[in-house]
Ligand binder design. Structure first.
Ligand SMILES: Cc1ncc(COP(=O)(O)O)c(C=O)c1O
Length: 466
């Protein structure tokens, strides 16, 4: 019997988790270091501290299984938006013709945050540490604008300045996001811009260049290094960001326990990997410990930018202008400029090293979908559950729908949990183009990947030196 009165599972503000889950000590192969591009050796902590807030650098390499969340931060989460709700998607289940409890779909609603996505979980945290260190501001890049909004909000909570380089394709498609960032006093520039050496190289060749996350990262890094009172803030990929996001999975676990279910399948859209990791990592620990041996974990990528599904696991620059550290990850090559799909937050050439290690060791799986089928699933979700998903989030919706229909066809019992990473109310152009038949699908040709990965700019790192 479906229990409607327990289908929106809420926790109290005092149930905000007390610690983050650090997966580094559990990984099946050791975490690879960040490499200094100047000498090809592991970057010393002083170098990383010149880029990121110091506390984040310590968290990046910590081997402690858990890291306490400062009480001041828990208080902010409690009074603003955490714990976020977990919903059983009864409307979607009905729409898919699922009856009873054999196939259950749950989603963790991170769109509930003030800026509409999971990004404030780490944005507020990084701003908190920057303030404690006595810094004046943070500089960053943003793809879809969700991260830039999150960081502008986080900085405004602590009276810090926030500078945002926004990928031009999104800057043009999403004027609403710019206004939201500016509402929190964030300063927003289209990237590539004329303001940095890294941006000018692209801007001067083509002032309409659509940009990429890789270029915007180079611009933000370069800008942050101009003053020792500023640091660079990153919204995905690195270990400490994934760590801050584990608040999502811990809450989801308690919420599912409250209604007496365990997930068989966990799903998340993957850009740099942070929302997916935030949901799955607390469960990965249980899978590795043998408590959830059959748990299937699936990351979803766009076919236009399939870093894991079609990339290679190798050393590469995190940014296009080769200014930042080199990391070992699944990558399409840092010179690769993805097509301007609407899921701007998924247009990144690489993948978080933690997610890459888990995929390489076959602990998690990855799939890819076309933009049209993704947006169509987003509309299905809006009609059945009421919230219009961000295009990034709609990738997870599409896979959850596919998995539910597969289970139905095979007469299997499945509990599916996916991360609803954000709403799409600033992404309406994607939906408009779908409705008018203008939305294009992009499939990344193998020759383009081969070309980017064969570039002489790809770094060669001798691992025997460390
Ligand atoms: C709503 C939403 N979901 C997902 C992503 C992808 O990023 P990540 O893989 O770090 O979660 C983004 C990135 O901007 C986003 O805005």
């Amino acid at each position: 019997m479906v229990d409607y009165f327990n289908s929106r599972i809420l926790l109290q503000p005092n149930e905000v988790p007390k610690e983050w889950i650090n997966i580094l000590p559990d990984l099946p192969s050791p975490m690879t270091p960040l490499i200094n591009p100047m000498d090809g050796k592991p970057a010393p902590p002083e170098m990383a501290c010149a880029i990121f807030p110091k506390e984040c650098v310590l968290q990046e390499v910590s081997q402690e299984p858990t890291i306490p969340i400062p009480n001041e931060l828990r208080e902010i989460f409690a009074r603003t938006y955490r714990p976020s709700p977990l919903h059983r998607a009864l409307g979607l289940e009905k729409d898919l013709g699922l009856e009873g409890d054999d196939i259950q779909i749950y989603y963790k609603n991170e769109s509930y945050s003030p800026t509409g996505s999971h990004k404030p979980n780490t944005a507020i945290t990084q701003a908190y540490y920057a303030k404690k260190e006595g810094l004046e501001g943070l500089v960053t890049e943003t793809g879809a604008g969700q991260w830039g909004s999150g960081l502008s909000y986080g900085c405004s909570l602590f009276g810090l300045k926030c500078m945002v380089y926004m990928v031009r394709a999104s800057f043009d498609q999403k004027p609403g996001r710019k206004i939201l960032m500016r509402s929190y006093d964030g300063e927003v520039h289209a990237s590539p811009s004329k303001l940095t050496e890294s941006g000018r190289a692209f801007y001067e060749k083509d002032p309409e260049h659509p940009g990429s996350l890789g270029i915007a990262i180079s611009e933000a890094l370069e800008h942050s290094m101009r003053s020792d009172k500023y640091r660079y803030a990153l919204g995905s990929v690195v270990n400490f960001v994934l760590l801050h996001q584990t608040i999502i999975g811990q809450e989801a676990k308690i919420q599912m326990e409250k209604v007496g279910v365990k997930p068989d399948i966990i799903i998340g859209g993957m850009g740099g990997g942070s929302n997916f990791a935030g949901l799955m990592l607390p469960f990965v620990r249980d899978k590795l410990d043998g408590k959830l041996p059959d748990l299937e974990i699936i990351g979803v990528e766009p076919r236009a930018c399939p870093s894991v599904c079609k990339g290679q696991y190798r050393w590469d620059f995190g940014d296009t202008s080769m200014k930042g550290p080199i990391v070992k990850m699944y990558t399409l090559g840092h010179t690769f400029i993805p097509s301007p799909i609407h899921a701007g937050g998924l247009r990144y050439h690489g993948m978080a090293p933690i997610v890459s290690i888990l995929y390489h060791n076959k602990i998690i799986n990855a799939v890819m979908h076309y933009q049209n089928e993704v947006i169509e699933s987003g509309l299905k979700f809006a009609k059945s559950e009421g919230i219009l998903p961000a295009p990034e989030t709609a990738h997870a919706v599409k896979e959850a729908v596919d998995q539910a229909l597969k289970a139905k066809e095979n007469h299997e019992k499945k509990v599916i949990l996916f991360n609803f990473s954000g709403h799409g109310y600033f992404d309406l152009l994607a939906y408009k183009e779908f409705m008018t038949g203008e939305l294009k699908d992009f499939d990344l040709p193998s020759q383009e990947i081969e070309k980017a990965l064969a570039s002489p700019e790809m770094p060669i790192i001798d691992e025997s030196r460390f």
